[in-house]
Design a protein around this ligand. Sequence first.
Ligand code: KIV
Length: 274
Amino acid sequence: MSTHAKQKRLTTASIRAMKGRDRVVCLTAYTTPIARLLDPHCDLLLVGDSLGMVLYGMDTTVGVTLDMMAAHGLAVVRGAERACVIVDLPFGSYQVSKERAFLSALRLMQETGCDGVKLEGGEEMAETVEFLVARGIPVFGHVGLMPQLVNTAGGFRSMGHSDAEAEKIRRDAAAIEQAGAFALVIEGTVEPLAREITASLSVPTIGIGASVACDGQVLVVDDVLGLFDGFKPKFVKRFAELGPVVSSAVQSYALEVRDGRFPAHEHTFQPRKR
Ligand code: KIV
């Protein structure tokens, strides 16, 4: 039997319909227990390829594979009852051809039970987005700063500062909307441009480092919880500092194991009384 037979989650159509009505709350999630905690509060859970950096210690998302996305996508779907779940297509799984993109997306949809896929790219990916959407795969676009292009872009930096760059991002967003995406991420983009694009589109824009002008927001959950101690971009706000909490719990555990206080009597099985 399918593991995702009784889906009651928000659909990509309901996320799209939030434009101009409700702000869209989105966070990344990579595991079942975290998905369960986020689900009641979020409209969208994104199984981002940021998991390469957050969970696997990679420097960029370039090394993330379809196998990783399928495994974590399934874990998140298992933990989501209400939120719409979108899984990232990783680098290399959709750029070669639209047919290849369809097969990669199909694998994620079938193996995880997710509601759609996200891919990075503007005008150059519009034909692929149209191909997927026409064949039943909901697509979440991603423009502005595109982390999978880090090697050609020469690093991670905010976008839209020059007229030419701003014009390209405008065209990218319009092309992805036109191709049928139900929403799109705008990452690392200057506020006036994000505001203008948001006003010009009929689908929700979900900002990360693109200001409050977007229709919704997404952050990496480990950043929100203060669990990721790598580079902290300007746009990250830590809503908790769980790193020190984890560290102190583990320090107490180590102390109690070393001095023989743990496990205590209540953690120990005794023979049943006869
Ligand atoms: O991979 C990711 O987590 C993302 C979001 C942060 C937008 O693409």
